[in-house]
Design a protein around this ligand. Structure first.
Ligand SMILES: [Ca+2]
Ligand SMILES: [Ca+2]
Length: 258
């Protein structure tokens, strides 16, 4: 029960992976750890105290372009991964987007850099894209991998801007029926545009707010939007052991190719 409650909390927070991985300034690790505003806003430390847990024993996955497994503020928590991109046998991160998402979830609670919302989670990196040429077929395969490998929570800061249903919807429904929590960015690229799988009923669609708790204006709206969470100007881990602040926006777009 305790674990389930923590998982629910984590699930509600994962949305802040609505971040853009381009042109943001990189900063070096600080000698003292900084608690990002989003982690404070969701009162993560109070939840750690209440449940006596920082995510120990929870298996989560980031489906994205990959994660930098060597980042010193992540390496203790990255426990595995897989690539679904042809010709890429490893799950290296080409642009920092997945590494940024990973840090928001589980940057280590130590004396450097930042801390994630659940700094003891065991995280898997599932690579479905290299340079925005990922496909919904690859995403569906990654979701099936999560079902088969007992992943409890899946974070997806990505999607496709049209819904042709088929295998992606089927994979999401199967995950839902298997008890895997799927959390996905609702959209915003282009502004106001919904993306899939977030809009499916079997996926928790998350929207972004800024540090004033105001809705990110590019975020789509509607009854499918299930929760809002910090998602603008988020400081997190980046490539090469660095850190960066991304400025609100966007998600990795996939193509509807087989
Ligand atoms: Ca470390
Ligand atoms: Ca840290």
């Amino acid at each position: 029960m305790k674990r389930k409650s923590f998982a629910s909390f984590l699930m509600c927070y994962l949305l802040i992976c609505l971040l853009q991985a381009s042109n943001a300034p990189l900063v070096k690790a600080t000698s003292e750890q900084v608690i990002p505003w989003g982690v404070r806003r969701v009162h993560a430390s109070a939840v750690w105290d209440q449940f006596g847990s920082k995510g120990e024993g929870i298996q989560a996955a980031v489906i994205d372009g990959g994660v930098d497994r060597t980042h010193p503020d992540l390496d203790d928590n990255i426990v595995g991964g897989a690539s679904f991109v042809e010709g890429k046998n490893w799950w290296e991160d080409p642009d920092g987007h997945g590494t940024h998402c990973a840090g928001i979830i589980t940057a280590e609670d130590n004396d450097i850099g930042v801390v994630g919302v659940a700094p003891k989670v065991s995280l898997y990196a599932l690579k479905v894209d290299e340079v925005e040429e990922g496909t919904v077929h690859q995403l569906a395969l990654a979701i099936h991998w999560c079902i088969d490998n007992n992943i409890q929570i899946v974070s997806m800061s990505l999607g496709a801007d049209d819904d042709f249903r088929g295998e992606l919807l089927e994979a999401c429904n199967e995950a839902y029926d298997s008890g895997v929590l799927l959390v996905a960015a609702s959209g915003g690229k282009p502004p106001g545009q919904w993306i899939y799988p977030a809009k499916y009923p079997s996926v928790i669609a998350v929207g972004a707010v800024d540090s004033r708790s105001l809705r990110w204006t590019d975020n789509p709206t509607g009854p499918e939007l299930e929760i809002m969470a910090p998602g603008v100007d988020i400081n997190s881990t980046d490539l090469g052991g660095s850190y960066s602040t991304h400025f609100g926006k966007v998600v990795r777009l996939l193509m509807w190719l087989e």
